[in-house]
Write a protein that binds this ligand. Sequence first.
Ligand SMILES: Cc1cc2nc3c(=O)[nH]c(=O)nc-3n(C[C@H](O)[C@H](O)[C@H](O)COP(=O)(O)OP(=O)(O)OC[C@H]3O[C@@H](n4cnc5c(N)ncnc54)[C@H](O)[C@@H]3O)c2cc1C
Length: 364
Amino acid sequence: MTGKHRIVVLGAGYAGLAAARRFASKAPDAQITVVDRRARYVERVRLHQLAAGQRIPEWDLRELLEGKGIRFVQAWATEIDTVTERVILDGAPALEYDALVYALGSKADQAGMPGAAEHAFSVATPEDAVQLLEQAGTGRMVVVGGGATGIELAAEVAQARPDSRVLLLDSREPGAWMSPRARAHVRRALERFGVEIRSNSKVIEVSAAGVLLADGELIESAVTVWTTGFGVPDLARRSGIAVESNGRMLTDATLRSVSHPNVYAAGDSAVIGGPGDRELRMACATALPTGKYAADAVVARMRGREPRKLRFRYVFQCISLGRGDGVIQFVHADDAPGRTVLTGRTAAWFKERIVRGAGRAARP
Ligand SMILES: Cc1cc2nc3c(=O)[nH]c(=O)nc-3n(C[C@H](O)[C@H](O)[C@H](O)COP(=O)(O)OP(=O)(O)OC[C@H]3O[C@@H](n4cnc5c(N)ncnc54)[C@H](O)[C@@H]3O)c2cc1C
């Protein structure tokens, strides 16, 4: 090949920005281009704060990237043409690549539940969070999903607006995957904020009136928020790249696509094997290191070396409970909960440090 190695990074979230930052330091001789549909980078792990009416940090992507010699293109990626090795963009000329890092992240997943797409809100993207904020004060908010996102949102809204009525609903206990001590703290904190908790409740339909449970009960809701999991963009699937059933790109131990050798994936939009044969979960805690690693793997092969396999371990999970409380659940390498748990102000302080550190780690 003559000329500069052309590297295209799709997505300027935690994974894409971590990859771009790494490319800028390890391969300054390459032409690096980052594509995102948004002009501004918003810290996604703070979207529950945005939905509760707080200002959260955001940066201009062009300024951030071009200051480091990385080209930024604001456009929708609509197709990856793997034959001509070009990314087709809506609103900008196509981009040719020698190596592509696919880091398009995730979005709300309301597809599997009747009525959810029409009647439920989400907190998965900045636009979703703003839309949710606009519903403030309209009546009872029912948050479906007792995972980290549902817990953080319910706590944040209830603390920010003490006169609000918030119900957190799931078929299991909020934070069911955590240790008993962590779970008990989550419940105490939510109850202190006045959040009503309903476990053992299976939703079968969402409507304008509220959520219908499997036992026939209708729980009335002015604002229903669906937080039970994330879906991913279908660009890889539509482009004929190997994906698993919900559209995440299948990767090998070096984060290379199993079907297209010059395509790599990181973050929420990739299937990545982790310790104990468990897939890595969708998390900022996964996106940052895998974005960085994907860049290392691309640069190694660009220089004619075989990269070492991804080595990954989790250390903790952090959940905020409003602005002065939280839970830090320390975990084993495979993410299974251990015995050590931090709570209260110490946990809130710890989580804020982690979130700020993640923002810094993503900024080139
Ligand atoms: C409210 C909330 C709280 C969270 N809290 C935590 C937490 O405490 N800890 C934790 O580890 N994780 C947390 N997460 C999860 C975490 O935010 C995600 O796992 C993480 O953002 C994934 O990073 P990513 O880079 O893979 O994708 P994203 O951050 O989603 O970035 C993907 C980027 O791709 C762009 N994009 C998508 N499609 C296209 C397209 N076709 N063309 C152009 N651009 C496109 C998007 O605009 C976006 O900028 C939280 C998530 C939410 C919603």
